[in-house]
Structures are given as structure tokens and as C-alpha cells.
Ligand binder design. Structure first.
Ligand code: ATP
Length: 876
């Protein structure tokens, strides 16, 4: 491959058969077909076989399979084949559920791909990084992640973070001149490399290598995405499963030994059949006790939750954070674009001695009369990077677009050549350009008024004549300017100040000094709050979530927008934070909900301070420098229109940039948590009941109220359906009227655990009584089978009733969620099928008669009374 860094820009373009206008779309497509997409070899997806295999890779299932195999070998086919069939059926159901859940999570991952701005057919276009080909001309902006290796053609203060490639965290300044010798990638300052990112400035580059051919592709032939970690909940459940595993094995052994000892007492011989029967019942008890459906339920609830979040415009980047959403009690939100619309409109232009109000007239009249105002709006066009965006109606910086539209309204254009630029940065809060126009070279600057005023020594004024004069800035004028921008700020307007100076002949364009400027004037623009923000903030307050506004804007502007949106509290500015130590800041954080004139670095201190107080903080951000704060926050939310770097650092991407979506997302988070909680409650109380029924029966010397087959059928086939249907349950009406979920609280807080034990125990006691009443106490096989059939049916009924009782305790409307009704009808229908078709011979059950049905209904009624009483209390 040619060394692109040693060739001139022209030669590189020639080598790559392209030009400064970019490739044609047709040529790009040809190259894409020929060389393939610009992506690194993806990690192999989890194969369907592996998912299928996982369904059976569980200790208890192994034990069961072993017992089945053993019974087949010794010729005891009986129930073992049915058990095998149930296991296979369960495996297939589990496989499809997990396969679908994985697929939808994969699809979400694909949505998070990077976009690149390229020139095709001479026009700026956005394509996915995968569609890039060698020869494409890339537009690089502050915050972009570099999608391929490329040779720089043009740079404006371009600096890159190359740490993913070189490990060096200091930003590297880039340039365009050829480099001789054989420098390593770290020293190829005229190249940019895939996976690195732009931290400052802008540039144009031609793509020289894609996919596996890039430097990063060469060092890691297979870069796999960070392995998807299990979420805290999944990990807790794993641990839970492992812990109860031991206890359960103990119980099962005990049951087995008790059964054997009863045999001895009764003086019956131990045959193979009896031995296997005992073994099966003990193992099936283990299946009943270990909630095998739980991991699947959680994975599916999370995957459905991520889809629901996407509908609310929250793209999930890290699954682990979905659970944290429910615990969030502070939202730190950017102002511009998140709380406000980011649709700026200039309302007033102001210069010393004159002004124009766009509300009053179209501006043309006043501006035509004043050289000062003319200069003010000309500066707004000259010192601006969004003209191409305005013309192509694509993107652009809203502040700059507003300046262009105002100038357009006033009929002002700017003809001139740009010589150099010092780009905007949120720390300096200003930008400057050097331009040549009408044989004069000028530097125009624009930025936050207090910053600009500090850089100005003079101002232009106009007395009675139309021509303006340049005068030294006295204290009186400074006060006049300062009073004016405070006044605009108090009206919730963003204020940009403008200044200029002459450029000397030997000026160094690499370090444009923004000093000794002449003040021109101010442009003040409104940016109204977004629709729905006021009610979203109200909702957050009701849900005990504090909303904090963090903005780079002026104190007055921040305060005014806070008032309009319903954010209350004190206001503190960035410089004031700088003057505080951590203790002072901690005190301030108790009462302050508005932070103005902050730079992204302050966000980190704010997050840390809040976290130290035990808060679970959601923080929004869009720029490169927001990345550390996004990472630090418990819930990092990147603004959709923000930079790639912010997206990568965040847990969520806010697709519509809107604050209302954050609150909606938190509501979803709480709902997902509640739905998982309901599923766990349902499965565990059913399981507890079954274990208790068997254990107590063995202990009390009763016949066995359930057979291995019935236990397996309930646990592997019937009870999973309603538990799964909970994943799509709507949320209770009061979900946003409760405090957030305490962060350290397990998935089942003590109150819920108590409830679960109560419900399971009541169910078990009723089952035992039912069993004894309906023939279970007899000696005839037929009688025992009748009793078992009643207990079997009661457990299924119990779970179906519990489905609705649990929802009631979460205030979920009864008739919502048709999936749940389908699941319940399915479970009941399979029950009827087993009892009233020849299937009953396979399961060794009997058709229920009217008397038994009456007993069942009575038992259900008896259960419902205490169940309704104990679930009456609100959860949490
Ligand atoms: P928020 O944090 O609420 O989203 P922001 O991120 O838009 O606000 P910054 O972009 O840091 O805040 O802007 C801070 C200040 O810098 C603004 O109040 C304005 O005075 C000035 N400013 C903003 N954009 C530009 C620009 N393109 N050119 C020059 N000055 C600007």
C-alpha cells in the first residue's frame, strides 16, 4: 500500500482516483460492492445451537435427563418418555423465547452505528460508517468518531484523541503537509485513524483504508464489542439460584430418605420402579423449587423493556442501566435543546446608541439607516459556520442559524474570503474568523458577552451622522452593555456579543489573538421551552425526582427558563463552583437546582457531589468533554444530536433530545422493574407452595399429593406463560407517584418476600386439606389419583388467581394486557385438555367430577379472602 502520509494531498487524491468534490454515488457503490463494507470482522453471533444447548445446561435438568436415561436402560419406560417429552417441549419453548430476545437486542446494537458526513457528487451527505469506501471525502467535526483511516486535506485547529490506538491520552494536533521517513501511526500527524475521535476543530480528509485494512483493524483482527455484561439483576438472580440450589438439594435428599424410610417401616420391598419413582419425585421437586423460568423471564422483560424505551425515544446502549432507571432520583439536564426547543430566533439587535427589535418591524428599515447595526449583522454572517447548512437545509448550529436568518431578514449578505478560524469552544465561549473583504483584513469574534467584553478595548458608536466612530470603552459604556445583556437574559434570551479588529500584515493565523477588540453590539435570541417540558418536570417532582438544569448559558437566561419550566431553587455559576471546595459544594447541592455558565468539567463535580449524598443521578450531555461526566453518572444520557464521543460514553441515547423522553424513560424503567418483580413473585410463590405441599405430605406421612409428571408439567409448561406475559404488562396508575426504588434494595424487598411466603404457605395448606378431603388419604390408587388431580388443578387455579391478585397490588387495570388473558386461557385450556381427553391416562389423572369442582371453587374462594386482604397494602 502506498504511504499516503508521505505524498502531497494532490497525489493522494490521484492515487485514490478521487477529487476534492468526492466520489460519485455510483462509483462509491461500485467500490462498496468490490471491497465490502467498512467494518471490522464482527464477533460471531451467539449461534442458535448454543442457545438450544443452553436450555438444557442446568444441573437439575442434567439430573433429570440422567434419571430418564437410567430408567430407559433398565427397561422402565413408563413415565420417563413423557418426562423426556416435557423436557424437550420446555427446551423448544425456551429456545424460541431466548432466540427472539437475543435477536431484538442485536437489532438494537445495530441501531447504535456511527454516521459519517461525506462528500458525494460534490454534496454533503450522511452515510453509515459501513458504507464508506476508499476515496470518500470525510467531513470531520469536533466530537466525531473517525470511521476509517484517512489522509487529511484541510484542517482547522484539528486535534484528535488517539488513545484507542496509541494509548496516549494527550490530544494530538494535526496538519496536512507530507511527512518524510517512516513514522509510526502516532507520528503520522497528517493522517487520522479509525476508532480515534476529534476533540477540537474541524477538517477534511480522504479515506485511505477501510475495515480490516485500517491500523486498528490490523492490530486487532477481531475486535469484539465489549462483552455484554449481565445486568445486576441477572447476576443477583444467578447468585440466588446458586444459593438456594444447595438448600434444595438438601430438601430433595431429605424427601428421598424420608420416602425410603417409610418404605422400610411399611415393610415393602424396594423395587426398581419404586426407587425410580422416588428419584423422579425428588428431582422434580428440585425443578419445582428452582425457578428455572426466571432467567428467561428477566432476559425477555429486559429485551421488551428496551423496545418500549426505544418507542419513548431512549435508545439503550448498555442493558445494565435499564434497571438503574427505576432508582433514579436526580436528573441533571442540559438546557439548550433538551429543556428548550433549540430553535433560536433573534429578537433584538443592540449597539451602543441604537437597536432594532424584530418583533416591531422587519429590521430592514432600521438597519439600513445604521452603519453600526449593519456591521453587527454582517459580523453574524462572516463569523459563522452554518451557511452551507442553511442553504442545504441540513443540520447546523441553531445559534448560528438564527444569526443567519436575522441577517437575511435585514437583507444583509457577506462577500469575502475566510483566511483562518479559531473555532468555538465551550470553555472560551467564543469563536473568531479572519476574513478578507473589500481589500481589508478583519478579525470578527462572537461569543458570550462577559467574555467578549473582557477582550474589548474599544467600541463603535454612532451619533447623529450615519457614519460610526470608534471610541475607547469607558466604564459608562461597559455598564451600559452589561446592563443590557442582563436585561435580555432576564427575558430568557441567549445573548451573543460581536467584536472586530484589523488584522496586521504579519499576523500569525495559527494563533489568532482574540484581544484588543472593538465592541460592535449584541444579538439576543429566544429559544422557548419544549412542549410538554413543564408537565414532565411536574411529573418528575411527583415521582420524587429532582430536576437540575445545567447550562453554559448566562445566569439570567438560565433563571428565566427555569422559572418558565417550573424548576425551582438557587442558581450557581461555573466560576462560583470553581471557588468552592467539595464540602462547600456539597452544601450548595442541597439547595441549588440551576447551574449556569458551567463548562463540561463542572458536570463531573456535580455528579460526584450528588452521588456522595447517595443520589442515583441521570446526566445528559452532548459534547466531547461531557463524556467523563456521562460515564460517571449512574445513568449517562447522550443527546441524540450530540457527538459520537458522547454517544459512546453514554448508557442511553436520547433520540429526540427531549427532556420529556427522559421522564418517560424513567417511568418505563420503573415499570420494567415492577413487571420483573411480579413475575418473580408469581413463580416463587407457586414454587414454594409445591415444595411445601410435598415436603409436608412426606413429613406427615400422607400419600404424595403430586407426581413427578405433574410437578414437571406445572413448572416447565404452564406457569411460564403468565409470568412471561407480565413482561408486556402496562404499568400501574400510580407508578410515578411513588418514590424511586431504593438503590440497595434487592429485587424482592422484605415486604414482598413476606407476602410471597404468606401466599405460598396458605396455598400449600389449602392443597393438603383438599388432598385429604378428595381421596388422597385413601389406599386405592384411583382415590389417590383423584386427590392428586384436585391438587394439580388447584395449583394451576391458584397461579391464575395469583396473576390477577398480584397485578391488583400494583394497581394495574384488570382488563389491560390481552397477552396475559391469552396466557391464562392457555394454561386453563391445557388443564382441561389433560383432564378431559385421553391425555389423562398419560398423566395418571382423572376427570374432575362436580363434587371435586365444588371443593376446588370453595378452596379458591378460601384462598382469595386472605390473599386479597394481605395484598391490599400498596407496594413499597
Ligand atoms: P446548554 O448547556 O444549556 O446546552 P450550551 O451547551 O448551548 O447550553 P454552550 O454551547 O457552552 O452552552 O454556550 C455557552 C455560551 O457560549 C452561550 O451562552 C453563548 O453566549 C456562547 N455561544 C454559544 N454558541 C456559540 C457560537 N456558535 N459562537 C459563539 N458563541 C457561542
Amino acid at each position: 500500500m502506498p504511504a499516503y502520509y508521505s505524498a502531497s494531498c494532490k497525489e493522494v487524491l490521484k492515487l485514490l482516483k478521487t477529487d476534492s468534490g468526492g466520489l460519485s454515488q455510483a462509483e462509491a457503490e461500485d467500490r462498496l460492492n468490490l471491497f465490502g463494507p467498512n467494518s471490522l470482522k464482527p464477533p460471531p453471533p451467539i449461534s442458535a445451537w448454543k442457545i438450544l444447548f443452553n436450555q438444557f445446561s442446568n444441573f437439575i435438568i442434567y439430573l433429570l435427563l440422567f434419571a430418564v436415561l437410567f430408567s430407559i436402560i433398565i427397561g422402565e419406560y413408563g413415565d420417563s418418555l413423557v418426562i423426556l417429552a416435557i423436557l424437550v417441549l420446555n427446551g423448544i419453548i425456551g429456545f424460541f423465547q431466548e432466540y427472539n430476545a437475543n435477536r431484538s437486542l442485536e437489532a438494537l446494537k445495530r441501531m447504535a452505528t456511527i454516521q459519517a458526513a461525506v462528500l458525494r457528487d460534490g454534496k454533503l451527505k450522511h452515510v453509515t460508517a459501513e458504507q464508506l469506501v476508499c476515496g470518500d471525502i470525510l467531513h470531520l467535526e469536533h466530537g466525531d468518531k473517525i470511521p476509517a483511516d484517512a489522509r487529511l486535506l484541510n484542517v482547522v485547529e484539528l486535534q484528535l484523541d488517539e488513545s484507542p490506538l496509541t494509548g496516549e491520552s494527550m490530544p494530538v494536533r494535526k496538519q496536512t503537509a507530507p511527512i518524510s521517513g517512516q513514522p509510526g501511526p502516532a507520528d503520522q500527524t497528517n493522517m487520522v485513524f479509525s476508532s480515534t475521535s476529534v476533540v477540537e476543530g474541524r477538517g477534511l480528509a480522504v479515506v485511505t483504508a477501510c475495515g480490516q485494512e485500517t491500523e486498528i483493524g490490523k492490530i486487532s483482527t477481531m475486535i469484539s464489542e465489549a462483552k455484554e455484561e449481565k445486568t445486576p439483576l441477572q447476576r443477583r438472580l444467578d447468585r440466588f439460584g446458586r444459593n438456594i440450589g444447595m438448600v434444595i438439594i438438601g430438601i430433595c435428599l431429605l424427601v428421598f430418605l424420608l420416602l425410603m424410610s417409610r418404605l422400610r417401616i411399611d415393610g415393602e420391598p424396594l423395587t426398581n420402579t419404586i426407587f425410580l419413582q422416588f428419584a423422579f419425585i425428588s428431582i422434580s421437586l428440585a425443578v419445582a423449587a428452582v425457578p428455572t423460568a426466571l432467567p428467561a423471564v428477566v432476559t425477555i422483560a429486559l429485551s421488551i423493556g428496551t423496545r418500549r424505551l426505544l418507542k419513548k425515544n431512549m435508545l439503550v446502549r448498555r442493558l445494565t442501566s435499564v434497571e438503574t432507571l427505576g432508582s433514579c432520583d436526580v436528573i441533571c439536564s442540559d438546557k439548550t435543546g433538551t429543556l428548550t426547543r433549540n430553535q433560536m430566533t433573534v429578537r433584538e439587535g443592540w449597539c451602543l446608541g441604537t437597536s432594532v427589535d424584530f418583533d416591531q418591524d422587519d429590521g430592514i428599515h432600521a438597519i439600513a439607516k445604521s452603519e453600526q447595526l449593519n456591521l453587527l449583522f454582517t459580523a453574524g454572517v462572516a463569523c459563522n459556520n452554518s451557511l452551507a447548512n442553511l442553504r442545504s437545509d441540513s443540520g447546523g448550529n441553531p445559534t448560528e442559524l438564527a444569526l443567519l436568518r436575522a441577517a437575511d431578514k435585514a437583507g444583509i449578505t457577506f462577500e469575502g474570503k475566510r483566511l483562518a478560524e479559531r473555532p468555538f469552544n465551550s470553555r472560551r465561549k467564543c469563536m473568531s474568523v479572519a476574513v478578507e473583504s473589500e481589500n481589508r483584513s478583519l478579525l470578527y469574534s462572537k461569543g458570550a458577552p462577559e467574555q467578549m467584553l473582557n477582550r474589548c478595548t474599544h467600541a463603535v458608536i454612532q451619533d447623529s451622522s450615519p457614519a460610526m466612530k470608534r471610541i475607547p470603552l469607558s466604564e459608562t459604556e461597559r455598564n451600559d452593555i452589561s446592563d443590557t445583556y442582563h436585561r435580555f437574559g432576564a427575558q430568557a434570551m441567549r445573548v451573543i456579543a460581536f467584536a472586530y479588529r484589523e488584522i496586521s500584515d504579519n499576523e500569525d493565523f495559527d494563533d489568532l489573538a482574540e484581544e484588543g477588540l472593538t465592541f460592535i453590539g449584541l444579538q439576543a435570541m429566544i429559544d422557548p421551552p419544549r412542549e410538554g417540558v413543564v408537565s414532565a418536570i411536574e411529573k418528575a417532582k411527583l415521582a420524587h425526582i429532582r430536576v437540575i438544569m445545567i447550562t453554559g448559558d448566562h445566569r439570567e437566561t438560565a433563571n428565566a427558563i427555569a422559572r418558565q419550566t417550573g424548576i425551582e431553587g438557587e442558581c450557581v455559576t461555573g466560576p462560583e463552583i470553581d471557588a468552592m471546595n467539595d464540602i462547600d459544594l456539597a452544601v450548595t447541592l442541597d439547595t441549588t437546582n440551576i447551574f449556569a455558565r458551567v463548562v463540561p468539567e463542572h458536570k463531573q463535580r456535580i455528579v460526584s457531589g450528588l452521588q456522595d449524598k447517595g443520589h442515583i443521578v441521570a446526566m445528559t450531555g452532548d459534547g466531547v468533554n461531557d463524556a467523563p461526566a456521562l460515564k460517571k453518572a449512574d445513568i449517562g444520557i447522550a443527546i441524540g444530536s450530540g457527538t459520537d464521543v458522547a454517544h459512546e460514553a453514554a448508557d442511553f441515547v436520547l433520540l429526540d433530545d427531549s427532556f420529556t423522553s427522559i421522564v418517560a424513560g424513567i417511568e418505563e424503567g420503573r415499570g420494567i422493574y415492577e413487571n420483573i418483580q411480579k413475575s418473580i413473585m408469581l413463580l416463587l410463590s407457586g414454587n414454594l407452595m409445591e415444595v411445601l405441599v410435598i415436603f409436608l405430605a412426606v413429613l406427615l406421612g400422607f400419600n404424595l399429593p403430586l407426581t413427578a409428571l405433574l410437578l414437571l408439567w406445572i413448572n416447565l409448561i404452564t406457569d411460564g406463560a403468565p409470568a412471561l406475559a407480565y413482561s408486556v404488562d402496562p404499568y400501574g396508575t400510580a407508578i410515578m407517584q411513588r418514590p424511586p426504588i431504593p438503590p440497595g434494595e434487592g429485587i424482592l424487598p422484605r415486604t414482598k418476600l413476606r407476602l410471597l411466603v404468606c401466599l405460598g404457605s396458605i396455598g400449600a395448606l389449602i392443597s393438603l386439606v383438599l388432598f385429604q378431603l378428595t381421596g388422597g388419604g385413601g389406599n386405592e390408587v384411583a382415590d389417590i389419583q383423584r386427590g392428586q388431580t384436585v391438587v394439580f388443578s388447584y395449583i394451576v387455579l391458584f397461579e391464575m388467581i395469583l396473576v390477577f391478585i398480584l397485578r391488583r397490588s400494583y394497581q394495574v387495570p384488570l382488563l389491560s394486557n390481552h397477552w396475559l388473558w391469552i396466557a391464562v386461557v392457555f394454561s386453563l385450556a391445557t388443564q382441561i385438555f389433560i383432564l378431559y381427553t385421553p391425555a389423562r391416562f398419560v398423566f395418571h389423572v382423572t376427570a374432575l367430577e362436580i363434587q371435586e369442582i365444588c371443593y376446588l371453587l370453595l378452596a379458591t374462594f378460601v384462598f382469595m379472602i386472605p390473599a386479597l386482604i394481605i395484598t391490599r397494602a400498596k407496594p413499597n
